[in-house]
Each structure stands twice: as C-alpha cells, then as structure tokens.
Design a protein around this ligand. Structure first.
Ligand SMILES: Nc1ncnc2c1ncn2[C@@H]1O[C@H](COP(=O)(O)OP(=O)(O)OP(=O)(O)O)[C@@H](O)[C@H]1O
Ligand SMILES: [Mg+2]
Length: 321
C-alpha cells in the first residue's frame, strides 16, 4: 500500500535527513518505524502525507506517486491519510467538538452531517460526554483521543502516528495503543507508527523498520527484530533500560528463545532433573507481542550432561551459544 524507493531528503541547509530509504507497508498492517532522535522519522512520515517531497526517489501510495499530486489530488490524499502527534496539536480556543469537526468543515461537510458524525467519532474514542469541554480540561490521554477522533473524521484508510504516546505515562500509553490496535482491527486502518520506544513497537506493531541516520538498518517482523536483532543500532536500542554488563559465568552460556505456548512449559526444571545439569538464569525477558507470547533467557549451564541438556533445550526453542 505504501512504497518508498531509494528516498533521499536533504534540507535547504544541505542536511541529509534521509539517505536512501526503501520501505514497504502492506494494507492493514501496523508498521512501526523506530529510531533515535534525529534519525529522520518525522521527515519520513511527512513524506507520506505530502507535507514534504523527497529530494530524489519515490513515495507511492496505492501506486500513486505522492510527489506528483497537487490541488485536488493532494487534498484527497490528505483525507485518506490521518495523522496524530506527540503534542496532540489541538486548538486550545475550540471545544473538543469543534476540534473534531474542523477537518469535516474544511472538507465542506454541512452542519447536519457534522452534527451526526462528530458524536460518532467521540463515542468511538471513548469521549462521548466530553464534546463541550476545552482541551485544557482534559488529561493527556483524553487529548490524544481527541486527536485520534479528529484524524478519523475524514474516513482515512491510513493513520500516521508520530510519537503519539511519547508524552503519556505507561498506563495511558497502553490504553492509547489498545485503541490504535482496535482501529486497525475494526476499521482495517493501515497504521504507520513512529516511536523511539521498543516497548511501543512490541505492544502493537506487526512489522518494524529501524531507522538510523536516515537509513533503514533493519526491518522485519516484530518478533524477529525484537528476539534476534541483527543491526548493532537495534541491539543498542533494545539494551536501553536494561543493565547488561558482560556476563561472567564459569561454564557454557546459551540463549534460549521460546515462542507461544512453549513459555508455559516447565522446561528448565524438567531438563535439569533428566540431565543433571543445573541452570543459572543470567538474563531474561518474558512477555507478549501483539498476538504471541515469547520468552528469552540467557542461561549458564553447570554440571551434569550438558550435551544432553542442550539437545533437550533445542526441542523446546531456539538455542544459540
Ligand atoms: N526543515 C528542516 N530543515 C533542516 N533540517 C531539518 C529540518 N527538519 C529536520 N531536519 C533535520 O533532519 C534530521 C532528522 O529530523 P527528524 O525530525 O526527521 O528526526 P526524528 O527522527 O523525527 O527525531 P525526533 O525523535 O527528535 O523527533 C535532524 O537532524 C533534523 O535536525
Ligand atoms: Mg520526530
């Protein structure tokens, strides 16, 4: 649905924000773009709705080159592509109702249509009773819900989210991500989600691209990128928040990756009993992706029949030494 081919973007000051980006987003997926500050994420997302044009290369939506659009073509594109922002971008002097109505007014909707559509949109984001309030009377999470209702007003089929949860606490972030996942499922919206947090990617995305210094350094399913990162930049981002110094252990060290129901099995104790090998858990994470569970443990093997223990571990998950 969205295809970027060899996209370069340099600004007037000569700074190359994007340096050869290739990317494909399929219809109906939640696609994450993760990268550090300055990686080029916002620049990339602004190319998708025609706010910026690539210096070279092409950005196509359903096969139409975005850069070739102007006038009515560009207006149609902007109705198809909704966007939400980190700082919500609401008009503080307008009520919630009027903020959501704005794109409808711009699109020429009449009063009756607006009176019908805005309450539907507010109900969809869980703000049915808040239409008469002003943004200052809302929490951050509620403001982002208004932002989402406004983005949905023109019936888009693509939703761009630029750090949409970065200003929110973890619990509110989860509720907004759950709403975004619902919209993806129920309306079939294709979602491009920009973030600097791997946690956000883990919770809602199907696939992810890692952007670093204007280039995609890695792309794949969330499970692939999260459990078996290839690029050094991806590993560095995953290690953030963890305390991963070098591990000193006197014996073989392996990484065990379990997927799906395998995490529910009492694998380690059983193998320890059968092989006489004891396990030290040196590092680990257990959790959920959008629609699958995972566990990843770094294990130190001590004593017993370690060859048999390794073979037994391999029957339950992926093992790397
Ligand atoms: N209009 C502009 N003129 C000149 N340079 C710009 C412009 N917009 C962005 N840049 C530069 O391009 C690079 C990428 O910026 P961009 O905003 O895309 O990064 P980002 O990944 O969204 O960062 P953040 O996570 O901080 O939002 C930065 O070095 C930035 O300074
Ligand atoms: Mg940005």
């Amino acid at each position: 649905m969205i295809r970027l081919e060899n996209v370069h973007k340099a600004f007037a000051n000569g700074h190359a924000a994007l340096a050869g980006v290739d990317l494909e987003v399929a219809r109906g997926e939640v696609f994450g773009i993760i990268g550090r500050s300055g990686a080029g994420k916002s620049t990339l997302v602004r190319l998708l709705n025609g706010l910026e044009r690539p210096s070279t290369g092409s950005v196509a939506i359903d096969g139409t080159d975005v850069a070739s659009l102007s006038g009515e073509g560009l207006r149609t594109l902007r109705r198809r592509v909704g966007m939400i922002f980190q700082n919500f971008g609401l008009l503080s002097s307008r009520t919630v109702f009027d903020n959501v109505a704005l794109p409808l007014r711009i699109a020429g909707a009449d009063k009756a249509r607006i009176a019908e559509r805005v309450p539907e949109l507010l109900a969809r984001v869980g703000l049915a009773d808040h239409g008469a309030k002003y943004p200052a009377q809302l929490s951050g999470g509620q403001k982002q819900r208004v932002g989402i209702a406004r983005a949905l007003a023109t019936g888009p089929d693509i939703l761009l989210c630029d750090e949409a949860t970065s200003a929110l606490d973890p619990e509110t972030t989860r509720s907004i991500l759950a709403l975004i996942a619902d919209l993806n499922r129920e309306l079939g919206l294709t979602i491009v989600l920009i973030t600097h947090e791997m946690e956000v990617v883990r919770q809602v995305c199907d696939r992810v691209a890692v952007l670093h210094a204007g280039r995609v350094v890695e792309t794949g399913s969330v499970a692939q990128v999260f459990l078996d990162p290839k690029a050094a930049e991806t590993r560095a981002m995953l290690d953030e928040g963890g305390d991963h110094g070098p591990i000193a252990f006197d014996g073989p060290i392996v990484r065990l990756t379990l997927r799906g129901d395998a995490i529910l099995q009492p694998v380690l104790t059983r193998i320890a009993r059968e092989t006489g090998t004891d396990f030290a858990i040196l590092d680990g994470r257990i959790g959920r992706f959008k629609d699958a569970s995972f566990g990843q443990l770094t294990l130190g093997l001590a004593g017993g029949d370690t060859v048999a223990a390794l073979a037994a571990l391999r029957q339950h998950g992926e093992v790397s030494e």
